[in-house]
Write a protein that binds this ligand. Structure first.
Ligand code: BGC
Ligand code: NOJ
Length: 821
């Protein structure tokens, strides 16, 4: 266990690696430090003080509980447990009651969070999780009398219902305040707003214990003009058994108990979601069919059942995390790769950019580019889900090969309001598909029949979708033979065809004029890299003619970049709608951008002339900072309608010269490909939370997960992070560290071993599951080389080349990979 104790006021917690937990020891973290519960459709967000909400599949359309974004105080709304004894009131999660606890800790683990609190010799332990395959949050609360006299303790639970559609819930009050409906039966409070009309689902909040009272009307519970910190019902120690009609329905149970010295009591609360067949909705007029809820409650009505479910969840995670385990000389590296990075990969895969403390769950569906990229951090864990996701994405593709920028998880349909024309989108599907096949060897994904957007029946296979993605680039080239950028490429904020002077319009959805001039060098690099990948796929399935046709396009693109995409010391970023360069030394601001350096270097464009190396040196010189690599320099200080949103951000933030972590791994990979392990490791570790424990206060966001953005040198607070959790950084940095630093890289024919580790690392041990086999790999670097040839010994026998062929070496094997000159 790595205990960095929070006597240091910079420090709010520490890692407990044995338990795969991050332990928060101070409730007053700089921002809410959250965890995610659930991994298969039913999800909850839970902060270190119990704030957050839950939803079923779609955080916009099926939100169960209410949460107030950007509220005062922050983090308002959650699953609250008020405890009251001897005239004092406190919260089992440290908030919302202001009472300072005698002891507090929050343990965020893999799919569960545990809160320990104690006050006046009453201790509590709350364990919150969503059991596997369950549409419910379980909150198990254990109360214990640690004192030597008998104590009376009162408990009030609290959640506030969201009226399902989270957007409407926060906006349409003229209707909302009249629709709320509940039912109460025994110890269960049912939320049935809109059930009488078109909804065939309801929610409930129950406890496995008789109750002494309840409240379902918010104002009755809180009292007029009061906040969550001192509800009148708790103050009075009395509930009125209110039944909400309209206004704001809530659920609060009141339980009184007496605990003898040393005695404890455990209660199980279940917050669940039920769907009912349209023909079977009612058990009596206006009385909902409670059967499904009772079945769900019965699954968790004893502590033993709950403990068993928690164990199942732990085993599930242990098994997933066991597929790739590294033991290096740096425990921070191991901690990141073995635990938190993989965990974050699962969360980003599940939720894309929809619901976090920075993403409100109402704005964005699943991003086409984001979701494709997220699969590269996840394919080794649950490949079946990755296959399904890729095919879902594929089915939203348009017949011309372009993509809707987003789709809704509930309908799996492209989001027409946001539309398309982000011209990098299609080619990410080549990356995700190639990566999936390399991991699994499953070429059958290419044969799956997949509809195009809006079609009833699939007439083409997934391979055809990839071919159209490829051709979409070929069919949309600009004057320099470079890909047209459309609305934007990976950088959503480089809006070269928007020309917006109207503050009321969206940079993301406005595109003016025929966009047949502005071009992206980043997409060019992406096309060379993944176009080459597509060529290889064609070859591997025997489409040789197509392969050579496509090769011509890839080669052509290479030479277009060499001719028009090189600025002398680095790759240009783009050409704007006037045909002027963006990201060139000729520009006054924004002379150099990271994205084209990363993609053109990874694609090896101009490597005969040493361009990738030169570009990396320029990145180091102009973009590297103490906290990571900035997106561009110099920052834009003036708004330019020819550049769009990028120049709308103050210097140093977000896409305007912030450290936009997602793209840093592209540089890490490029450095590893060039054989420069120190640079690769430096860039990797600068943004990796496990390495940032000493700057928790500055960094502000959770010290166990990546954030989308870290403020750059031009900002007021370089090093301050924002937008934690849902970022492509997770998948990409994992991919960079495992496949390029450690160099354990799945390929079509097997597992390649091609490390670029720190020369000081003499030995690294890795466990890797791959296509049903298990490899115990030791990387050895006795001469401290930066990069070299790899000599493989499998089960004591020397093998030619650096590929582990799973056809020869199935089952379990010991591999020694020695780096030699
Ligand atoms: C942000 C981008 C984001 C885009 C789309 C912009 O304001 O800066 O990072 O991708 O909005 O929502
Ligand atoms: C966040 C978006 O989710 C992602 O798709 C985009 O590439 C980055 N912002 C950069 O603009």
């Amino acid at each position: 266990m790595h205990k960095q104790h929070p006597e240091n006021e910079q420090q709010f917690g520490y890692f407990d690696d044995q338990k795969c937990e991050y332990v928060i020891t101070n409730p007053h973290t700089p921002t809410p430090w959250i965890n995610y519960l659930g991994n298969d459709g039913f999800y909850g967000l839970i902060s270190n003080t119990g704030g957050g909400y839950c939803f079923y599949r779609d955080p916009k359309f099926r939100r169960l509980t209410r949460y107030r974004y950007n509220s005062v105080p922050v983090d308002n709304g959650g699953r609250y447990f008020y405890l009251k004894s001897e005239g004092q009131t406190w919260s089992a999660t440290g908030r919302p009651v202001h009472t300072e606890l005698d002891q507090y800790s929050c343990h965020h683990g893999m799919g569960y969070s545990r809160f320990k609190a104690s006050k006046n010799a009453i201790s509590s332990q709350l364990t919150s999780f969503i059991p596997l395959n369950t549409k419910a949050e379980v909150h198990q609360l254990e109360l214990k009398n640690d004192g030597d006299t008998t104590k009376a303790v009162e408990l009030f639970s609290f959640i506030e219902w969201c009226l399902w559609n989270a957007e409407d819930d926060g906006a349409n009050f003229q209707r909302n305040l009249s629709t709320g409906e509940v039912e109460v039966e025994g110890s269960t409070i049912y939320h049935k707003t809109e059930y009488r009309e078109r909804r065939n689902h309801y929610a409930f909040y129950s406890v496995n214990h008789p109750i002494d009272g309840f409240e379902t009307d918010r104002e009755t519970f809180l009292g007029p003009y009061r906040g969550f910190e001192n509800p009148i019902a708790v103050e009075r120690g009395k509930t009125a058994n209110s039944v909400a009609r309209g206004w704001s329905p809530i659920a609060s149970h009141h339980i009184k108990c007496e605990l003898a010295p040393g005695e404890s009591k455990t209660l199980v609360f279940v917050l669940g979601y039920c769907e009912v067949e349209a023909t079977n909705k009612w058990q009596a007029p206006n009385i909902i069919n409670k059967q499904p809820a009772q079945t769900l409650q019965a699954q968790f009505d004893t502590s033993e059942k709950v403990t068993a479910e928690l164990l199942k969840l732990k085993n599930y995670w242990q098994n997933l995390l066991g597929k790739f385990v590294v033991k290096s000389p740096d425990e921070r590296f191991d901690r990141a790769l073995n635990i938190w990075n993989q965990y974050q990969n699962m969360v980003t895969f599940n939720l894309s950019r929809s619901a976090s403390f920075y993403e409100s769950g109402i704005g964005r569906g699943m991003g086409f580019r984001d979701s494709n990229q997220d699969t590269i951090g996840f394919a080794h864990m649950v490949p079946e889900k990755v296959k399904e996701r890729i095919l879902d994405l594929s089915s939203t593709q348009k017949t011309d090969g372009s993509a809707y920028h987003q789709y809704q998880p509930l309908t799996k349909k492209g989001n027409a309001n946001i539309g398309g024309n982000f011209n990098d989108d299609p080619m990410w599907m080549v990356l995700s598909t190639a990566n999936y096949i390399k991991e699994t060897g499953d070429f059958s994904i290419l044969d799956e029949m997949v509809i195009y957007d809006g079609q009833e029946q699939a007439t083409h296979n997934h391979f055809d979708h990839l071919e159209r993605a490829f051709n979409h680039v070929v069919n949309n080239l600009g004057p320099h033979g470079l890909p047209l950028i459309g609305r934007a490429d990976w950088n959503d904020c480089l809006n070269l065809n928007c020309f917006s002077e109207d503050p009321n319009e969206s940079y993301q959805t406005t595109q003016r004029g025929a966009s047949d001039v502005a071009e992206s060098v980043m997409i060019a690099g992406q096309f060379v890299l993944y176009g080459q990948e597509f060529v290889e796929i064609c070859q591997r399935i025997g489409k040789n003619e197509l392969a050579s046709k496509c090769q011509t396009h890839v080669d052509q693109m290479r030479s277009s970049v060499e001719q028009h995409g090189w600025d002398g010391e680095w790759y240009i970023r783009a050409y704007d709608a006037n045909g002027d360069k963006v990201g060139s030394n000729d520009n006054a601001e924004g002379k150099i951008f990271i994205e084209s350096q990363g993609f053109c270097a990874m694609a090896g464009i101009g490597s005969e002339q040493g361009k990738p190396l030169q570009a990396m040196n320029s990145v180091e010189k102009h973009l590297s900072s103490d906290f990571g690599i900035m997106l561009n320099q110099p920052a834009f200080t003036r708004y330019s309608k020819y550049l769009g949103e990028i120049s709308s951000y103050p210097p140093g933030y977000k896409e305007n010269a912030g450290i936009f972590c997602h793209n840093n791994p592209w540089i890490t990979i490029s450095e590893a490909m060039l054989g420069r392990p120190e640079k690769a490791f430096e860039y990797y570790s600068k943004i990796t939370p496990a390495f940032l424990q000493d700057v928790q206060k500055l960094h502000k966001t959770e010290p166990y997960v990546y954030s989308q953005m870290i403020a750059g040198n031009d900002s007021a607070n370089p090093g301050e992070a924002k937008n934690s959790w849902l970022t492509g950084t997770a998948a990409w940095n994992y991919y960079a560290a495992t496949q390029y630093i450690l160099g354990i890289r799945p390929d079509y024919d097997g597992l390649l071993i091609d490390p670029c580790i720190l020369p000081s690392w003499k030995s690294v041990a890795i466990t890797r599951e791959f296509r049903g086999a298990n490899y115990q790999i030791e990387l050895r670097n006795p001469s401290g080389l930066k990069k070299g040839k790899v000599e493989l010994t499998i089960d004591g026998v020397k093998v030619a080349g650096n590929l582990i062929d799973p056809k020869r070496f199935g089952a379990k094997h010991t591999v020694v990979a020695e780096i030699v000159a």
